[in-house]
Design a protein around this ligand. Structure first.
Ligand SMILES: Nc1nc2c(ncn2[C@@H]2O[C@H](COP(=O)(O)OP(=O)(O)OP(=O)(O)O)[C@@H](O)[C@H]2O)c(=O)[nH]1
Ligand SMILES: [Mg+2]
Length: 254
């Protein structure tokens, strides 16, 4: 049974996800109301299909960006609209069917009970996960934990999360980063710097074969360069904040 909320919204950024997006959205709607899709300049024909779904479903809304702007920017666009309509928290979920729609209510509940915190999904991989991707994220996680002085980011890259909208929007308006695939790790690190508490919750993740509708827009070289540059600037941000982070750590220990 779907659960409804006037404070907690589910946002799905979507860029050329292929037909898998229809299953994803249908599953999301089975568990939550409302669900918004931000279509980020898709050219794969899914825009019309999604609009058709939304026409028959008042719990589903499609926001359209006419050209591709990147995952982070699509989420920011959704956040701005959400805040205008009085929502306080968003759960972000991928459009490609990899994230578990069944876990949405539990993540939302955790956020309702801890509105000051961000709820970070920690992926549980099965045999379908490519070993290179599983190993690769350990590097990003190692950096993220250094940059936050071990504040407890369970996984830096996983996009299945609940954020309080106001601090995330403020953070994104203050700088021009976090607009593409650097969104998820940089949001976790910078929100932690802002003092947003971290709650980690496990969530199963699936990888689909191309023949089964699996689509990825992660380009190994391009996006690893993007993430390396991101951790470089976060590392310098960490050095500058080190005295403050240490003071906070000592305060918490007493
Ligand atoms: N809005 C927007 N979303 C994007 C863009 N690229 C990817 N996405 C979405 O971001 C989510 C994650 O993208 P993926 O390409 O699956 O990246 P990933 O899940 O980190 O990588 P894999 O582990 O290979 O699947 C999906 O919902 C995509 O539709 C983009 O340029 N704009
Ligand atoms: Mg994916």
């Amino acid at each position: 049974m779907e659960q409804s909320s006037s404070t907690h919204l589910l946002i799905i950024p979507s860029y050329n996800p292929g037909p898998k997006v229809y299953e994803t959205v249908t599953a999301a709607r089975q568990h939550w109301n409302p669900v918004w899709i931000v279509v980020d300049g898709s050219t794969d024909g899914t825009t019309m299909g999604l609009q058709e779904l939304a026409r028959l479903d008042s719990g589903l809304r499609i926001l359209l960006l006419s050209r591709n702007r990147g995952k982070g920017e699509a989420i920011l666009f959704g956040l701005e609209q959400a805040q205008l309509q009085g929502y306080t928290h968003v759960l972000t979920m991928d459009s490609d069917g990899q994230h578990p729609a069944g876990a949405v209510p539990a993540f939302m509940q955790a956020s309702v009970h801890n509105p000051d915190a961000m709820i970070l999904g920690v992926p549980i991989f099965d045999a379908s996960a490519p070993p290179l991707r599983v190993k690769g994220r350990k590097i990003s996680n190692w950096w993220a934990n250094l940059e936050t002085l071990g504040e407890g980011i369970g996984d830096s890259l996983f996009g299945f999360r609940v954020y309080p909208i106001a601090p995330l929007q403020r953070l994104m308006h203050k700088q021009r980063w976090m607009r593409r695939f650097d969104f998820d790790p940089e949001a976790a690190v910078r929100m932690s710097w802002m003092g947003i508490r971290i709650i980690n919750l496990p969530a199963p993740v699936r990888y689909f074969e191309t023949s089964d509708g699996g689509v990825s827009h992660f380009h190994y070289l391009r996006d690893n360069v993007l993430l390396t540059w991101m951790h470089t600037r976060l590392f310098f941000g960490f050095i500058i904040r080190l005295p403050r982070l240490l003071a906070r750590r000592i305060r918490h220990q007493h």
